[in-house]
Design a binder for this molecule. Structure first.
Ligand code: ADP
Ligand code: MG
Length: 241
């Protein structure tokens, strides 16, 4: 039967009088690609923040990872336990090469030695099919797609069991989105559970086994993508939002 890797119960995050995430509960099954959709401002990024503790945990509710409570743990402890994420805005080091960026990520996220970090950096480069020849040039010279590959590799460098991606397709062309689609499927097949926030619906519907839709911080719909997109409440939220 289903093997839960993440269990979120009644997660809530308030900012003063605003409830950005409102008693959200869901379970992610080990090995799946779990999609998260919703109009702008519906609480998607806040949900990732409270799950990873970066930069805050939930105001109320519980987050379990492999059956253990992680809400309230420091962000580095959550990352080291195997829950890693990317951000909507990729913080890059323009002067550093991809391989240097990944070595730094490895040292900080995994607490690894320099030698181990280089090995993991090379493995991460491989896993995202980054062009070896371009791994040594300054990151500022990389293409938009290569920066995305680097962002994903940075999250993979500590070999997480769960990868959380916040709108990775933004700024990509259609053929690049198709490459990203294949890359995510490939990473998932290597045993990584993926949580994907994405406003590019073609990508979300193509890769997600299940879909959660947020609206104004609360769950609007959840289920198989084909069923969720047919839900009139979902169309209403997108058109009215
Ligand atoms: P999404 O990622 O779905 O676009 P967010 O999670 O970024 O939405 O934001 C959800 C709501 O919470 C929005 O109304 C946003 O303005 C608000 N919000 C997010 N972060 C903060 C913050 N640090 N302080 C105050 N309000 C915030
Ligand atoms: Mg967001």
């Amino acid at each position: 039967m289903s093997d839960p890797i993440i269990d979120v119960r009644d997660a809530t995050k308030t900012f003063g009088g605003l409830t950005a995430v409102d008693r959200v509960s869901f379970t992610v099954t080990r090995g799946e690609i779990f999609g998260i959709a919703g109009p702008n401002g519906s609480g998607k990024s806040t949900l990732f923040n409270l799950m990873t503790g970066i930069p805050y945990g939930p105001t109320n509710g519980e987050v379990r990872f492999n059956g253990e409570r992680i809400d309230g743990r420091p962000p580095h402890a959550i990352a080291r336990s195997g829950l890693c994420r990317t951000f909507q805005k990729d913080a890059e080091f323009p002067d550093l090469s991809a391989i240097e960026t990944l070595q730094i990520s490895a040292v900080y996220s995994g607490g690894q030695s320099a030698g181990q970090a280089l090995e993991n950096a090379r493995r991460a480069i491989d896993r995202v099919q980054f062009d070896e020849a371009r791994a040594h040039m300054p990151s500022s010279e990389l293409s938009v797609y290569e920066k995305k590959q680097l962002m994903i590799a940075s999250a993979l460098v500590s070999e997480p069991s769960v990868l959380m991606l916040d709108e990775p397709a933004s700024g990509l062309t259609k053929p690049e989105i198709e490459r990203l689609d294949a890359l995510l499927v490939d990473v998932n097949k290597s045993g990584v559970t993926i949580l994907l926030i994405e406003h590019v619906l073609s990508l979300l519907l193509s890769v997600s086994e299940r879909l959660l839709v947020l609206n104004q911080g609360a769950i609007l719909a959840e289920g198989l993508p084909a069923d969720v997109v047919r839900d009139p409440a979902v169309a209403e939220a997108y058109l009215g939002g």
